[in-house]
Design a protein around this ligand. Structure first.
Ligand code: ADP
Ligand code: ADP
Length: 223
């Protein structure tokens, strides 16, 4: 589903090496955590996959497509949930999802939108304006927004950073449901417990390099 070869990224004219020769392959349906300290390179990796940051070297294959030659096709395969909650408070939940559908040229997906809202426990908020939603609801709406074009891979950047225990637990339930639907999930976190609880595979990034990539049972014994 995702094959990354010799991926490197430098910033500031080569002075900062955010990713150094990263090799990574992720199969369809896997639920993977990218674990690492602040500054390790997690966001850079996600931003490259999402097409928001240009890589310096290496190759990235997403589904059947190469990121360099088929960027638009790769964007359809990936849904990204950003760390920051940025939603236009003028709109309703339904409108946000319809506008997002429009970007992908998708029409008449009411039924799918209803299913998404159901999974994310937002069905009662369909016609509510964003202004009245709690932080937790907004975060869930961001997940729905990332799934509107039915991507095969869902990438979440620190989905539970700064979130209280209850909200974190309900986010975990939603992610489990999405995993059971067959979506390939990659999330970044700096919470070891979160990676431990949710993911079958944990990849540790440190200073731009993958230093561990193991099934979680082995990893946790040695961490
Ligand atoms: P993480 O998401 O794991 O915290 P990042 O990918 O944000 O790590 O950062 C990796 C490294 O790249 C850090 O040293 C960070 O300061 C640097 N970096 C990230 N974005 C930029 C940027 N736009 N310009 C310069 N340096 C950056
Ligand atoms: P509720 O009304 O459902 O209790 P809140 O809006 O109070 O939800 O937020 C629940 C938790 O999520 C709080 O711990 C809050 O700090 C956190 N939170 C809310 N919005 C954000 C945000 N934009 N970024 C990070 N954390 C947030």
């Amino acid at each position: 589903m995702l094959v990354i070869k010799n991926l490197s990224k430098t910033y500031a004219n080569g002075k900062i090496e955010a990713l150094k020769n990263v090799n990574l392959s992720i199969e369809e349906g896997e639920f993977t955590a990218l674990l690492g300290q602040n500054g390790a390179g997690k966001s850079t990796l996600i931003n490259i996959l999402a097409g928001n940051v240009k890589k310096s070297s290496g190759t990235v294959q997403i589904g059947r497509y190469d990121l360099d030659s088929d960027e638009l096709a790769t964007k359809r395969i990936i849904g990204v949930v950003p760390q920051e909650v940025a939603l236009d408070t003028f709109f309703t939940v339904k409108e946000i999802l319809e506008i997002q559908s429009g970007y992908f040229g998708i029409k008449n997906n009411n039924q799918y939108i209803d299913e998404l809202l159901e999974i994310l426990s937002l069905q009662d908020k369909k016609r509510a304006s964003i202004r009245g939603l709690s932080g937790g609801m907004r975060r869930r709406l961001l997940i729905a927004k990332a799934l509107v074009h039915q991507p095969k891979i869902l990438i979440l950047d620190e989905p539970t950073a700064g979130v209280d225990v209850d909200l974190r637990n309900s986010m975990h339930e939603f992610l489990e449901k999405l995993h059971q639907l067959g979506i390939t999930i990659i999330l970044t976190t700096h919470y070891l417990e979160e990676a431990e609880k949710l993911c079958k595979r944990v990849i540790i990034i440190d200073k731009g390099r993958i230093i561990k990539d193991e099934p979680k049972e082995e990893l946790l014994e040695n961490y």
